[in-house]
Write a protein that binds this ligand. Sequence first.
Ligand SMILES: NC(=O)c1ccc[n+]([C@@H]2O[C@H](COP(=O)([O-])OP(=O)(O)OC[C@H]3O[C@@H](n4cnc5c(N)ncnc54)[C@H](OP(=O)(O)O)[C@@H]3O)[C@@H](O)[C@H]2O)c1
Length: 224
Amino acid sequence: MNVLVIGASRGIGLELVRQHRAAHCRVVATARDEAGLARLAALGAVPLRLDVTDLAACAGFGWALDGEAFDTVWFVAGVLNGTQGEQDAPDAPTQGDFDAVMHTNVLAPMRLLPLAAQALKPGGRMALLSSKMGSIGQRSNGGSWLYRASKAAANSVLKDLSFAFAGKALCLSLHPGWVRTDMGGADADIDVATSVAGLCKVVAHARPEDHGGFFNYDGQPLAW
Ligand SMILES: NC(=O)c1ccc[n+]([C@@H]2O[C@H](COP(=O)([O-])OP(=O)(O)OC[C@H]3O[C@@H](n4cnc5c(N)ncnc54)[C@H](OP(=O)(O)O)[C@@H]3O)[C@@H](O)[C@H]2O)c1
């Protein structure tokens, strides 16, 4: 199996690389600094440098994928907040924080998933790491509202891609659980190995009727 992981320097992305390599898959994976690239190379992945917010780098990334044929593409890169930290409604984010979070979590998948789709095998799978915090239907408070808005928008992006790629790629939006990574923190519910094992199962077992859906790492469908 041939897999692409976008945003793999640490956390869930790095564990996706680790588990796919342990299963003898070929993995192309991205990081934006030397240390991240070295971690990917050490796992036997093909490392590509990419800052997902850098327009020129994204264009170059498209060229770097020329000739590739992936079974699955994972978009994992994401940020929780900008320089002001997490802010709750109704404290408006600064322009800089808004741009940083929206560029990474929304604009980057809008740019990069269409490029990656050109390097997918027919009928391949496209997985976007979203978050239950983006669900409007399940919302019970107004905390971290910039992150929530970005993941709600990311879900919208995935849904629209599912129409654009119908019959070509099976598209899924995924919640990884509350995971013990730099983003999730030490008090989170599950370890990264459990989350990624579940996510891989969800993607591997997804059926045609799951196309364009939003799923928890344990396979449960989630309300938008
Ligand atoms: N952990 C959780 O509980 C949780 C829950 C729900 C959803 N998620 C989602 O799952 C995904 C992965 O989360 P995580 O917990 O693994 O987070 P993490 O440990 O904070 O790692 C974030 C990853 O995104 C990369 N990234 C951020 N901005 C980037 C950019 N501009 N260009 C390239 N890479 C960039 C980071 O690379 P650098 O090392 O270069 O910064 C890092 O590899 C995110 O989309 C997150 O929103 C996580």
